[in-house]
Ligand binder design. Structure first.
Ligand code: CMP
Length: 139
């Protein structure tokens, strides 16, 4: 069943390069509504918890290190069929393979520093949003 919510993080590379505004503008222009948003730095423990699903991957250590290296912006987004629509907007995980006009093609540097995260399923969108936001922080 299609959901109407997804979760994203603007990652430390994009925050450090002052791309928050440009990325949020692309998200709003694509018709997503912002339901919740937080500007913060993850600890290694919280980054490890967020990405626990990848803990057997060879890049897990690098991912946790990187995601706790600077500020991120966590956001819950709403749009019809949000998970699939958002993945279209951000493009492939590896920016060299991302389509023209996608957020990662425009703003990402590498597969690790790939500007944004996007939930890969309705179930994970729910889990990831709940990781950051209480009910009182959603509008
Ligand atoms: P994201 O959508 O946040 O989900 C998991 C992240 O792991 C992914 O984006 C990439 O940033 C990162 N990742 C995936 N593959 C690799 C890799 N081969 N090397 C380093 N990081 C990776």
């Amino acid at each position: 069943m299609a959901t109407n919510r997804t979760f994203t993080m603007i990652k430390p590379d994009a925050v450090g390069n002052n791309y928050i505004g440009g990325i949020l503008k692309m998200i709003n222009d694509a018709g997503f509504k912002i339901i919740a948003m937080k500007y913060m730095q993850l600890t290694k423990e919280s980054a490890g918890g967020f990405y626990a699903v990848h803990n057997a991957r060879p890049f897990y250590g690098e991912l946790v290190e990187y995601m706790s290296s600077g500020a991120i912006v966590a956001v819950i987004l709403e749009k019809e069929n949000a998970v699939a629509e958002f993945r279209k907007l951000i493009g492939a995980t590896d920016p060299t393979k991302a389509d023209e006009g996608t957020i990662r093609k425009i703003y990402a540097k590498s597969i690790a520093a790939n500007a944004v995260h996007g939930s890969d399923s309705d179930e994970n969108a729910q889990i990831e949003g709940d990781f950051y936001f209480s009910k009182l922080e959603r509008f």
